[in-house]
Design a protein around this ligand. Sequence first.
Ligand code: 5GP
Ligand code: MN
Length: 337
Amino acid sequence: MNNDSLNRLKTLISNKTHRVCILLHTNPDGDSAGSSLGLYGYLKKEGFIEVDVVSPDELPAFLKWMPWTEVVTFANENPELAKQKILDADIIFCLDFNGYNRVNSLETTLSNAPGLKILVDHHPNPSSGFNLIFSEIHISSASELLYKLIAALGDESKIDKPIAECLYSGIITDTGSFSYGCNNPETYQITSKLIALGVDGEAIHNLIYNTNTFSRMRLLGHCLGEKLEIVEPGNAAFISLTQSELSNFDHQKGDTEGFVNYALKIQGIRLAAIFIEKKDHIKISFRSVGNVDVNLFAREFFSGGGHKNASGGKSVESLSDAVLKFKNLANSFISRF
Ligand code: 5GP
Ligand code: MN
């Protein structure tokens, strides 16, 4: 971690009258919520008087139990208040994303906001525009990075149980419960410290993974039984879902989270995708194994980005055209690695 940046951050947060706004990314996941709410807990404990947390949109149901979700202002419900909080802040923390375009409807507000912008993130290729950057792409999650940042500030002892619950949730969701992006002893050492602080890892696992609705399980069954397709000769697979299929299964926000990973469980598959038809665009998630770089794939072909093995993008074409584009590109892209 860069010492100059760390010293600048130390000086900045020594003034507890600074108004702080913490911003989540669009379609917040466990790491976005975990790192942002963990930071909220830490800054409040540090004595900051005004700390706001703003999210571009709603949290999925499986994250609503997290500590301090009640303080979050959601731009989809309260757009003007959300924007005002960003504009009023002296310091804006951006965790778990690497560019203004990741906050959706709040992009222009963030870009025009006069506050000092601090990035704490683990995605490659951070954009310019941030005043202070803590970017560590080899760390499992922004939540693990935040733990290290708090420790580097000399405040490891201030991490308490609710902060630890947030960080633990971010680590487990971004590593698929320690199945990718975590071949690093430090991830486990930090996790062990979080458990020692009283985090009930089993209970959190149940809250995140075992609170499915019946209709979500049936939608998963539909995807696996009817919608999973393999691109010959068998190194790519995908699922696509239309709006009417989603409504047939009473789709709720977050319901398709993780479905793309099932395509990767098939022997030989190195690139997987899920295409979800939204009102005015197609939302796409990509996953890969090994060297196949889906950050590059999403950037080059689907106006997106993310990590080497997990990325996302969008298309304004029809669902069938977006799928066709994927089918046409998949094999030649995989052969580059
Ligand atoms: P997911 O597929 O779960 O939505 O996202 C996987 C990863 O890709 C996450 O790290 C997420 O931040 C990133 N990601 C998802 N969609 C986009 C996008 O449209 N643009 C960029 N730059 N990153 C995305
Ligand atoms: Mn993350």
